[in-house]
Design a protein around this ligand. Sequence first.
Ligand SMILES: [Zn+2]
Length: 166
Amino acid sequence: MVAGITVEHIRDLLSKVLDPEVPALSIVDLGILRDVSLENSVFEISITPTFTGCPAMKVIEEDIVEILHHEGINNFKIKTVLAPAWTTDWMSPEGKKKLKEYGIAPPSQSTEEHLKAMLSGRKKSVQCPFCNSLNTKLTSAFGSTACKALHFCNECHQPFEEFKCH
Ligand SMILES: [Zn+2]
């Protein structure tokens, strides 16, 4: 164990772990990192997968291990927390901004709003990350991964992905 390592230090290191699907975002931006605590000289790192069975989680875990081992930190364990389930509400405002700059529409509404819209059959159109137009259409419910949907902007004629609300 390395002396003088604090929970803040661990958090700081983990903010460098990027999401394999959206490399512009760290697991902190996405809210995947739930908690870091220190108990009996062991850091417990709690992570919640964005999607259950998302293959990205395996990569994220390996990256956490690698980044901490690189610093000579071995006294930690990774705990996967499935409840409460991850929602896009956990994504930080900074994360949503970075997602848009990356060319992916961030979740436009909270999970609650999304559910209400689904139930009422009214789904808000997704804003184009390139020109901010709302004149867009859903072309595929599944983009490059199950976590994203594919849209097309009628204004700037570009396809774009949306990080789905759930
Ligand atoms: Zn557009």
